[in-house]
Each structure stands twice: as C-alpha cells, then as structure tokens.
Write a new protein. Structure first.
Length: 468
C-alpha cells in the first residue's frame, strides 16, 4: 500500500484538526443542533451559532463510528461491504449537463439521460454503485434530486449514492427507497453525500437525518482550495479533517454507530481563469492523503476518483483520470467516485462512462498485484521448455492467460491493418458505439407492482408541491 503521509504527519494532522475544533469551532445552522452539542459538553455560542468541541468528545465519537459499512441494494447480489483489501466504484452525483451522444455538444440533462445512465451502470461490471448522476432539467428545480433518485432506483438494481438538495428531499428519497426495500433488509439500499459548507460550517439537518435513519453518510469536504480553505495542501487537509470530524461527532452523538465514510471533494481554483479545477494532480495527492486519514481513524475512506478538466474525450482526459483514480486506489481507498464525469464535475458523458468502466478494470488489476504461488512461479514449465523453446502450446499458458491479464472489452488491441480494415475508429467512436449497443441490448430490471409504482408517483408529486 502506498503512503503519502508518514505516521508522524498523520498525528500532526489529527492534533491540528482537534486544535481547530477546540479553539476556532464550527458554525451550525439549526438551533436544535446547538442544544445537542451543548448537552454533550461542547462550548456553544448561541448568538454566533459557533460550537467548540473538546478533543475528548471528538475522539469518543470516532471510536463509536463503525469500522465497516455495508451498502445494500435492490438486488442483494449487488450489495457491497466496504472493508480493507477491496475497492468499489461509483458514478459521480449531481451533474447538470450532458454531452449529447449524437451531436457531441453539451446540453442540459434530461430524465431520459438519467434513466439511460442508470441502465448502462446496471450492465457495467466494473462500476459497482449507481448514483443520482444527472439532475434532469425537465423536472422542477427544487426536487431534481428526487426525480434523479427515482429514475436511478427504477432502472438499476445497484446501491444508489444521492446528493440531496435539502433534508426534506432526502426524507422523500428515504420514503421512495422504503418501497423497494425488502422487509428483512439489514442494509440501506442508498447512501447520501453530507457536504459541510467550507470553511467550517456544518450541514447539520442532513447530517442529523442520516444519523437518525442510519443512512450511510459519505462526509465530503468540497472546498475550493485558496478560497474556502488555505492555499497549502497541508492547511486544506487540516480544515477538511476538522469539518469531517465535527460531522462525525454530531452523527455519533445523535445515533452511536451510525454508518459513515470519509471522502474528499477538493477543487483548487485556477487563479488565471477563476475556475475550480478537478483534473490537477494535487487533487490526487489530497485524495490519497484523505484515504490515509480515514485509515488513521479506522473508518472507510473514499477517493475523489476519475476526474478531468477536459471538455472532451482526449489525451488530457485520459492522463488526468488515471492519476486521480490510481493514487487514492494505491493508498487503500475502499470506494472511488467519478465514473462518467467530464468538464470538472459539471458534465456527464455516456462515452466517458464506458471508458471509465475499462479504466476501473485496469486499476482493479493493479490492486490485485502479482501472485507468487508455486504454480505461478512456473518452475516445472521453465524446466520442460528449456532454452530456445516456446510456452505457447502449454496447458499452463492456456490456464493462466485469462487470469493473469486484464481482458479489455473496449480499448483497441488489434494490429494496425486490422484496425484500419475495421474502420480505424478512435476511442470516442468505439465508446459511442458501445453505448448505443448496450442501450439497445439492455434488459430492463424487474419493476415494482402497480400499487408500489403509484405510491412512488404520489411521493414525487407531493414533493413537487410541498418542498420549498
């Protein structure tokens, strides 16, 4: 496992974050949250809504957080448990734009796009988890997260990660999920991003709801580095850790053992163009460090994952995605996000989604490493072939070829002559054809009965009318 931070640096980071929480504190939104913190020994300023947390309270909360988190699914075979030694992957959440499959141009995402993306994720073997990836513009703005969630659940049997616009819409999503959950279900079939507002302001209504309902919370500090956090990477890590620890503390006070995952969504500001960046290598460094912080606390960690600032599928997109996906994976991330995102974290690309499925397959192969058992050392085969022979016809070669080498389904591996004869398509053309084929051949997942579908439709309509 690759380590970017030493044990000494992790201890320094921890003590620095505790110092920030004790001396600077965090701001909360609701007065009820002030009472919760005060009742558990925090110093509370009613007027400013600033809460200062004693280190003992924070460290006790971390001890109560579960060491493993299970993410359930509509179909139990897609449930995953986040524990050391395995990384699972997911799509991005909350994107508003889509690269049109026909024109190649960016446009507002639609409900059909959300459904199609979920259908693809259902059939992509290396994307473990679905998400509310596209907020459809043909739905009311205040409940687009609800519509995205409904479409994600309807078209894919995998776990869903959501980005709720409010505590109220998160509650509606919970009620929709309950229609799908079996009576004996032990693990929630969806989880929620919980994003503090940097610097040092908690999103306490969503945090508390997740804790009370035991919805797995992916706590992600989405700072714009140099604007909402210090310009230095170390300073940003201190603030992120403080925001994350404060959120975890609130969750464990409200409901000890509430499932939590530590994530990271840092975006440095390009001060030449005043644009947040998602494809710079420093994000990979911050992401890998965040994974180590999660390990330090014994809590599952998520990598920021496959991202790029490129507006199209090109060499820049490929290089940036590999760096940002591989660094946290090597550091031991149990979850990694980003599949399908383009143009920072604003736009969704169907072609990029199927390419990312291939990239995640390659990363998984890297993480598997090289097996050194007796049969793979092949001493018998080396002796039998001897100098100048060939291994091509050996049973050993036939047995291990598919096991040792990742089998690409999308990337071109033909000779130049065969590539030219088959139409000399580049990776984007290959990906576009793959998307069309997959959608044409997709077998819809089982649907709920008429009464259950009507119940969900009623929940959505009520949300459209009642959510402010």
């Amino acid at each position: 496992m690759w380590r970017i931070l030493s044990d000494e640096q992790l201890e320094t980071l921890h003590s620095s974050a505790l110092s920030v929480l004790e001396k600077v504190g965090v701001r909360v939104v609701d007065s009820s949250t002030l009472r919760i913190f005060r009742d558990h020994g925090a110093a509370v300023d009613e007027k400013s809504k600033i809460v200062k947390l004693p280190p003992s309270l924070v460290e006790e909360a971390v001890r109560k957080a579960p060491r493993e988190v299970t993410l359930g699914a509509r179909n139990k075979k897609y449930a995953v448990t986040l524990k050391p030694g395995r990384m699972y992957t997911r799509a991005s959440t909350g994107l508003t734009e889509v690269i049109d499959l026909e024109t190649g141009l960016s446009r507002h995402g639609l409900s059909k796009d959300t459904a199609d993306a979920s259908r693809l994720i259902q059939d992509l073997s290396n994307v473990s988890i679905n998400a509310t990836h596209i907020f459809p513009s043909d739905t009311p703005p205040h409940v687009r997260d609800v519509h995205s969630f409904r479409l994600a659940m309807e078209n894919c049997e995998k776990h869903v990660v959501t980005t709720p616009l409010s505590r109220t819409t998160l509650e509606v999503q919970k009620r929709i999920a309950s229609v799908y959950e079996e009576s004996d279900s032990q693990s929630p079939i969806f989880s929620s991003l919980v994003c503090p507002t940097s610097p040092l302001t908690l999103r306490d209504p969503v945090t508390i709801y997740c804790a009370r309902e035991r919805i797995p919370a992916i706590v992600v500090s989405g700072v714009v580095v140099g604007v909402a956090s210090p310009i230095t990477l170390a300073g940003t890590l201190v603030q992120q850790s403080a925001e994350c620890l404060a959120t975890i503390t609130l969750m464990q006070i409200v409901n000890p053992g509430a499932p939590v995952i530590i994530g990271n969504k840092s975006s440095p500001l390009d001060q030449r163009y005043a644009t947040p960046l998602s494809g710079v290598v420093e994000i990979g460094l911050l992401s890998a460090a965040c994974v180590q912080v999660a390990q330090f606390y014994g809590i599952p960690g998520e990598g920021f994952g496959l991202r790029s600032d490129s507006k199209t599928i090109d060499e820049q997109a490929g290089v940036e995605r590999v760096f940002l996906g591989l660094l946290p994976a090597l550091a031991g991330a149990r979850l990694d996000s980003g599949a399908g995102s383009a143009e920072a974290i604003n736009t969704f690309s169907f072609e990029q989604l199927v390419i990312d499925n291939e990239v995640y397959g390659m990363i998984e192969r890297v993480l598997r490493g090289i097996d050194f058992d007796e049969e793979r050392l092949a001493l018998t085969e080396i002796a039998s072939v001897g100098p100048g022979g060939s291994y091509l016809g050996l049973p050993h070669t036939r047995k291990f070829y598919l096991k040792e080498f990742y089998q690409h389904k999308l990337f071109d591996k033909k000779t130049r002559a065969a590539w030219e004869t088959s139409g000399h398509k580049d990776i984007r053309e290959q990906a576009r054809l793959s998307v069309r084929r997959m959608l044409a051949e997709h077998k819809p997942v089982p649907q709920l009965g008429k009464d259950a579908q009507q119940k969900i439709s009623t929940l959505v309509k009520e949300a459209e009318s009642n959510v402010g």
